[in-house]
Every structure is written in C-alpha cells, then in structure tokens.
Design a protein around this ligand. Structure first.
Ligand code: DC
Length: 240
C-alpha cells in the first residue's frame, strides 16, 4: 500500500538578528531562541572582546588604528558557543576566561569603535551567517552586517533595569562581587554613550526591526514574543 506523504509544515531557513544595548537580555534570549529553533547562536560581542584581549596583550592601544589593523590582519580568531556561553580562541590560545572582566569590557567598547576592527570582523561574521539557520547577537547586526536578515529584533530596557541585571550577574563572580550598583550603572552609561555615539556602525535599530522592551518582561515572555514573530515569518513563507 502506498503511504500518502504527510503534509508537513516546513520553516524556511532564517537568519535572525538581535541588536540592543548591554543588559537588555540579548544574550540569554538569543541563546534560548537558537536552542528552540536548533539554530547556531553567534555572540558577536565575544569576537570584539577577543580582539580587545589580543590588543591588550600585544600592547596595542585602542586609538592606534594602524596597530589594530596589523593585529587583526594576522589574527586567527575562532569562537564556539557551548552551554556555558561563547568561547574564543586567538591564534590557537583560548581567552574565554578573560572576555568578561570589567577591564576588557571597557576596552572592548573603545576597540570596537575603530574602523580597522569593524572591517576585520565584518567578513568573518558574514561568512558565519551565509548558511542562515543562525541567531546573531550584537549592535549593528540588522543595520550593517546583515541588512537583509529575515528577522530583526531590537531588545531594549531602561538603564536602571539593565544595570541591576548586570550587577546581579557580577555577584556570581568572586572577582567582581564588590562592585557597587552605582559603579555598574556608571560604567553601563559610559558604554551606552560609546556604543551609540561612535562614528562607525553605532548601536542603532534597523528601520524594520521588531522592538521588544524587556524592562518589565520575564525571560519566558521575551522568548515567547520572539517565537511568535518567528512563526509569523515562517507562516508567510510556509511550504508543504
Ligand atoms: O554584547 P557585549 O556586551 O558582549 O559587547 C561588548 C562590546 O562590543 C560592546 O561595548 C559593544 C561592542 N560590540 C559592537 O560594537 N558590535 C557588535 N556587533 C557586538 C558588540
């Protein structure tokens, strides 16, 4: 007996991007969304952080565009994401443990404003996204790196809420437990100003991005809101 093929709902492969300021919940939301869809998750901030570690170790200052260009050109940078988050290797040496120190966080904000660094990572990010089925998180994903992404989210939240979240995160790390909420708030404000005010690829929402203000939302609510948009998108492109 010939079994009739079942009508199967297939979702076309999507490239999904999330942009937004620090502490808006992008990392966790992107990771969960990618897991839900069985997509790859790419934390582009980790790549910028890796370059900041390399610049510090090589003694290249954030203002030294020529030095940064030379550093990036000869660099082999690799990243994978596992359950613990993004892991990064620079020229074969793992730098994951250093990516999120307050020192590297501030240095990354400065280094990521430099055109040499952005140019170097542009091609790498586009190559990583060429097969779609990926969720990319960053600051300029929807505007510069993937202006043709299938679905763009812009996650935001009030400064106080974002600083509270980051402060709570640091409480889990013995090295930074004594940072006060005021310090974290000040640093975040500084980073917001750097990321949004820079000349090259500033943090900005793409005109076609879906805005989600996470200030009063639980993670589950954020994820459900994103999945609803993914389904809408898939519905528009559904095939049998
Ligand atoms: O997302 P994050 O906090 O790990 O990002 C670290 C820094 O890198 C942040 O100051 C902004 C910058 N960044 C960027 O300029 N462009 C990206 N696509 C991702 C991060």
């Amino acid at each position: 007996m010939n079994a009739r093929p079942s009508r199967r709902f297939q979702m076309r492969d999507l490239l999904i991007v999330l942009d937004g300021p620090a502490g808006a919940g992008k990392t966790t939301a992107s990771r969960l969304l990618a897991r839900e869809l069985c997509y790859t998750y790419v934390d582009t901030g980790a790549l910028y952080r890796g370059i900041a570690v390399a610049a510090r170790d090589a003694g290249v200052r954030a203002e030294d565009d020529a030095g940064l260009r030379a550093l990036c050109q000869g660099m082999d940078i690799r990243a994978v994401t596992d359950a613990g988050g993004a892991r990064v290797w620079i020229n074969g040496a793992e730098v994951t443990g250093e990516l999120r120190t307050p020192e590297i966080t501030m240095l990354t904000s400065a280094v990521s404003a430099r055109p040499a660094v952005r140019e170097c990572l542009l091609g790498i990010q586009r190559r990583l996204g060429q097969n779609k089925r990926a969720v990319f998180e960053g600051r300029d994903m929807g505007t510069v790196v993937f202006p043709d992404a299938d679905l763009k989210f812009f996650l935001t939240a009030g400064l106080a809420a974002r600083a509270r979240r980051r402060h709570a995160e640091l409480q889990g790390d013995a090295r930074h437990r004594d940072k006060t909420l005021e310090e974290v708030t000040r640093e975040m404000e500084q980073r917001d100003a750097n990321d949004s005010g820079r000349e090259h690829a500033p943090l900005a929402a793409a005109p076609d991005a879906v805005w989600i203000d996470t200030t009063e939302m639980t993670l589950d609510e954020v994820l459900r809101a994103m999945l609803a948009r993914v389904r809408e998108q898939a519905g528009n492109d559904a095939c049998l």
